[in-house]
Design a binder for this molecule. Structure first.
Ligand code: ADP
Ligand code: ZN
Length: 626
């Protein structure tokens, strides 16, 4: 490192500690920061919660001038600026929510060099008025956040993002950093192409989210399972519950409210006002649950969401990973929990089959659907499978998913499979799952009699399994490709090529191994709580959870009091609680129980400005709880 670089990096480390209150850079933060400070362009791919913001915030403080941050998420700018101001950093935003007078004040301040960071939406930045303003400023760097918005085929596409390459032409000597949490190679190439970042240094991190515990279980009664899960793991925590339909959102939110939770609905059928209000409460109040359709999520930057629950199957692994990724952005332990059943599996396939898309696209969608089903029925490590789907190899089973902690049992289901396939074949491949199960169970039923199916050789041959067991078997046979649903979209079960050898009982019959229906006892549920002491007898990758701090039971009440204090301080200033201190900081305070301000500085997330503002108050609370 040459002399000026060394000095700059010393300064960067100093800012990390004194302003942000952190001891070390993580991932590639130090290299990224060094490159930007030296005036190089950078492309950064880091998972959600990886720590992208510091990558441009620290260079913004080290380099002369104002850093311009481009972000499509106008609704978030206020919170981002609040968070920086809490740290004593001079930051502002310009967007359409500001009054003209406030806007002029910020423009004047900007011209005087009064800001370290200025947040702008892309359309605002590209406006000739704004560019002329920037021409008169000293610009430290351009940070292009959510850079995947340039990707034409992505779901967050913004056409203004494609014009951002002009920054390079207009301000050739100003370094640019593009940041995204989107994993795939195609998007990465598009970002480089569209933003003219061919010369940029690229830093790619693992997309693993080690603090998230994944669990997927077959539904008995989805809602009751959900309640058990919340009670056992998250009685006071913020979480998101995804449902497929608006009606389901409303009834689930009502149901949880009656149980005593703060649970608010969010879907496109609610008025703009109500949606805004519910989202705001979710962001500002502690321990609020939002029940939502997938309309909820984009731009939700709440770091302390402790769980994401799915009451239905997401349509592919990409959606699953994006939605579950909203949990635990702060790096603390979080749960991704899902329950699904036979009906979900059939509906998901029908949904794809019935879409208006062309054949090629449908085939691609069906492949993605099948990959999602495969993940659900998997008997090995979920994380390894998810990461493999995104082209990443995880050496060891993670030790922090349901399959690692309670390896599922399998059973030889060859005979049951043959019975089911035979029954479907003999009844003419014209019926849905429940009818087939009724024949297998030998049910006394008008429709069966009318069709004379009580005369089939398969009538009543499946009574050794219960109705739920048969549903589990059929679901897995669909997921494993022995059964397909009809292309007309009525949920009729049909045999596939793969099914024939089994049906014909060839000389070397293949065995079909299926998951046993898992009854999760309450004790087991508790065990899956990542912040309690999870022991695992599998080859667990302990680094998977080391990023999360564990709060011992005896300190729980201290944490609650610190949280209440944080909440009241946040209300006074009308900011979200997490901009005062992150959960991790509160947990560390509750465990370490510092008695002096000097000791407080050793706690992660407490820098000089926050110590000055809040040190006294938190020390007092700690003293009173001792
Ligand atoms: P991203 O934008 O990548 O989702 P953030 O920038 O919001 O992530 O960072 C996630 C959390 O990690 C924040 O609470 C942030 O303050 C914290 N963080 C970032 N860098 C570090 C670090 N080097 N040490 C400790 N905490 C960090
Ligand atoms: Zn695992």
């Amino acid at each position: 490192m040459d002399q000026p670089t060394l000095k700059n990096m010393q300064q960067a480390h100093h800012i990390l500690k004194s302003t942000f209150g952190y001891d070390q850079f993580r991932h590639h933060q130090a290299d990224i920061i060094e490159s930007i400070i030296n005036g190089q362009d950078v492309l950064t791919l880091m998972p959600t919660g990886g720590g992208k913001s510091i990558c441009y915030q620290i260079p913004a403080l080290v380099r002369a001038g104002t850093a311009i941050v481009v972000s499509p998420l106008i609704a978030l700018m206020q919170d981002q600026v609040d968070a920086l101001q809490q740290l004593g950093i001079k930051a502002a935003f310009l967007n359409s929510t500001l009054h003209a007078s406030e806007q002029r004040r910020i423009e004047n301040e900007l011209l005087k060099g009064g800001f370290d960071l200025l947040y702008l939406a892309p359309e605002r930045l590209l406006n000739e008025y704004t560019l002329t303003l920037l021409d008169q400023c000293d610009i430290a760097l351009f940070a292009i956040d959510e850079a995947h918005c340039v990707a034409q085929w992505g779901h967050d596409f913004r056409k203004e993002y494609q014009q951002l390459s002009m920054l390079h032409e207009r301000y050739p000597s100003v370094p640019r950093i593009a940041l995204t949490a989107t994993a795939d190679a195609r998007t990465r190439h598009e970002i480089i192409e569209q933003l003219s970042l061919q010369q940029a240094k690229t830093f790619i991190n693992s997309f693993d989210r080690p603090n998230i515990h994944y669990a997927i279980s077959e539904a008995g009664n989805g809602r009751d399972e959900l309640w058990k899960f919340i009670q056992a793991n998250h009685p006071n925590d913020a979480g998101i519950i995804y449902c497929l339909s608006r009606k389901n959102v409303d009834t689930t939110a009502d149901w949880l409210t009656k149980k005593g939770c703060t649970a608010l609905p969010y879907h496109a059928g609610l008025s703009q006002n109500i949606r805004q209000h519910n989202q705001q409460r979710f962001l500002r109040d502690d321990g609020c649950i939002i029940v939502a359709t997938i309309a909820f999520g984009m731009g939700i930057d709440k770091p302390d969401v402790r769980f994401v629950a799915h009451l239905n199957l997401p349509k592919n692994i990409e959606s699953y990973y994006q939605e579950t990724g909203r949990a635990g952005r702060d790096g603390q332990a979080a749960n991704a929990w899902m329950t699904y059943g036979l009906k979900d599996v059939i509906n998901l396939r029908l949904f794809t089959q019935n879409s208006d898309a062309d054949e090629l696209f449908k085939r691609l969608m069906l492949q993605k659907t099948d990959a999602m089903l495969g993940l659900c029925e998997l008997t090995s490590c979920r994380r390894q499978a998810i990461l493999a789907y995104f082209g990443e190899h995880l050496e060891m089973p993670c030790g922090n998913c349901d399959n690692c902690i309670h390896p599922p049992q399998t059973w030889d289901a060859t005979i049951a499979t043959q019975k089911a396939l035979s029954c479907i074949y003999r009844s003419g491949e014209r019926f849905g799952s429940q009818y087939i199960i009724d024949i297998l169970l030998g049910k006394d039923d008008e429709r069966i009699k009318h069709n004379q199916h009580e005369q089939l050789s398969t009538f009543g041959i499946g009574s050794e399994h219960s109705n739920p067991e048969w549903r589990g078997i059929l679901r897995q046979l669909i997921a494993h490709g022995y059964l397909a649903t009809d292309s007309e979209g009525y949920g009729v079960l049909k045999l596939t090529q793969k099914a024939w050898p089994l049906l014909k009982r060839r000389e070397t019959p293949q065995t079909v191994m299926l998951r046993k229906l898992r009854k999760i006892s309450k004790a087991q549920q508790k065990k899956s709580r990542p912040s309690s002491n999870t022991s695992s007898n599998t080859s667990s990758n302990t680094s998977a959870r080391k990023s999360a701090l564990e709060l011992p039971q005896q300190d729980q009440h201290i944490f609650e009091q610190l949280r209440a204090l944080r909440s009241s301080l946040a209300k006074e200033q009308n900011v979200p609680p997490y901009v005062i201190f992150a959960d991790k900081t509160l947990i560390e305070l509750a465990i370490v129980k510092p008695a002096t301000k000097a000791q407080m500085l050793d706690i992660s997330g407490i820098g000089e400005v926050k110590l000055k503002r809040y040190g006294e108050a938190f020390l007092n609370t700690l003293k009173n709880t001792a």
